[in-house]
Design a protein around this ligand. Structure first.
Ligand code: PLP
Length: 315
C-alpha cells in the first residue's frame, strides 16, 4: 500500500476548555493520523516518501535509533509498500539498546540495520549507498547527502501543509488562535509551520517548547527547516528538565490529568513535557481569554513505555 500518494485528511481540532490561568485550550490531533500510530513523523514520513518517488528512488535509508517515532513510521511505510530500507543507528556504546514498543515494531518490519559510532555516520551512509547501488537500487537518504544536508524542503512541506489545515479550520470556525504550542526537537515541525504561516500571512505566536536543545541550536534548527535564516523564532528552553527524555513531577501530573480529563495520551519525552511547559508559560506570560492551539505531535507508543515503566506512580 502507498498511503502517502493520497492527500491527507485534516486531523481534528478539539476544544479542551479553559486552563488554570484563563486561556482557552484547543488541541490538534496529529496523533490520530491513520498510519502506524500517527504523529508528526507520520506526516513527515509521507512527505519523504512522496519526495523519494518524485526523485525516482526505490530504496530508503534512514538514520536514528530504533526507538524513534520517525523510524517506526518509516520502517512501517517501507514494509507496507515493499520498499527495501536500511536504518543506520548511532552506537549505543556501553548502553544496551532499550527494548521499547517502537524498537519492537521497527524490528519486525524486515529492514537492514547498521550501527556506527557518532563520528562515522558519513562513512556508514556511504557504505549503505554503495551497497544499495550495487544491488541495482536507487537509494534515497531522508536527510539528503551523507553529511545530512539537502533535503530540508521535503521535511518542511509536511507542516507547511498542516499550517494550511489550521488556517482553514480558523476560517470555517470564525475563530483565530493567538498562539500555537508544540514540542520542538529538530525543528522540522516548527520550521514547517513557520513557513506555512509566512506564506499565508498568519499572525499567531508559534511557540516551540524545547524537548532537549539549547537556545542557539534549537533556533538554528527551526530556521534551517523553515528555509529562512532570519525568520523570528520563539523557541523556549525553560522546561527541558535537564535533557532529552528527562521529566519532572509536573510532567507526570500533566500526563495523568490530560488522560483522565480528556482521554488523550501524552508522553514524557515530547507531548507531556510540551503541554506541561505550555501551561507554565501561559501562567507566566499569557493573557486571559487568549485562544491557544496545542499540536499533539503523537508518540503514542511512548505513552505505553511510560505506563509500563511504572514511573507514573500508578503501579
Ligand atoms: C520528533 C517529535 C517531535 C519533535 O519534532 P521536530 O520536528 O523534530 O521538532 C515532537 N513530538 C513527537 C511525538 C515527536 O516524535
Amino acid at each position: 500500500m502507498r498511503q502517502w500518494s493520497e492527500p491527507l485528511k485534516p486531523t481534528p481540532i478539539q476544544y479542551l476548555g479553559k486552563c488554570g490561568s484563563g486561556q482557552e485550550i484547543y488541541i490538534k490531533r496529529e496523533d490520530l493520523l491513520g498510519f502506524s500510530f500517527g504523529g508528526n513523523k507520520c506526516r513527515i514520513g509521507f512527505s519523504f516518501l512522496r519526495d523519494m518517488e518524485k526523485k525516482k528512488c526505490n530504496y530508503l535509508i534512514t538514520y536514528g535509533r530504533k526507538e524513534s517515532n520517525l523510524n517506526r513510521v518509516l520502517a512501517n511505510m517501507c514494509r507496507s509498500a515493499n520498499i527495501p530500507f536500511t536504518v543506520v543507528s548511532p552506537d549505543a556504546g556501553e548502553e544496551k539498546e532499550a527494548s521499547t514498543f517502537n524498537s519492537m515494531l521497527v524490528g519486525q518490519m524486515g529492514g537492514r540495520y547498521l550501527s556506527c559510532g557518532k563520528t562515522q555516520v558519513a562513512e556508514a551512509l556511504e557504505q549503505v549507498f554503495c551497497r544499495a547501488r550495487e544491488e541495482g537500487f536507487a537509494p534515497y537518504y531522508i536527510y539528503g547527502d551523507s553529511r545530512g544536508l539537502g533535503n530540508e524542503a521535503a521535511a518542511r512541506e509536511a507542516y507547511h501543509d498542516a499550517y494550511g489545515e489550521i488556517r482553514l479550520w480558523e476560517e470555517t470556525h470564525r475563530l483565530e488562535f493567538d498562539s500555537i504550542f508544540l514540542a520542538s526537537g529538530t525543528g522540522m515541525t516548527q520550521g514547517g509551520l513557520l513557513s506555512g504561516q509566512t506564506e499565508a500571512g498568519g499572525r499567531e505566536r508559534i511557540v516551540g517548547i524545547s524537548v532537549a536543545r539549547g537556545q542557539e541550536a534549537g533556533e538554528a534548527g527551526v530556521r534551517r527547516y523553515a528555509g529562512d535564516a532570519r525568520i523570528p523564532v520563539c523557541f523556549v528552553t525553560d522546561y527541558i528538565c535537564g535533557g532529552y527524555g528527562q521529566y519532572d513531577e509536573d510532567v507526570k501530573r500533566t500526563i495523568r490529568m490530560v488522560m483522565e480529563d480528556y482521554g488523550i495520551p501524552l508522553d514524557p519525552v515530547y507531548t507531556g513535557k510540551a503541554y506541561s511547559g505550555m501551561l507554565k508559560w501561559l501562567k507566566a506570560h499569557g493573557s486571559g481569554g487568549e485562544k491557544v492551539l496545542f499540536i499533539h505531535t503523537g508518540g503514542t507508543p511512548l505513552y505505553f513505555d511510560y505506563l509500563q515503566s511504572g514511573k507514573d506512580g500508578t503501579n
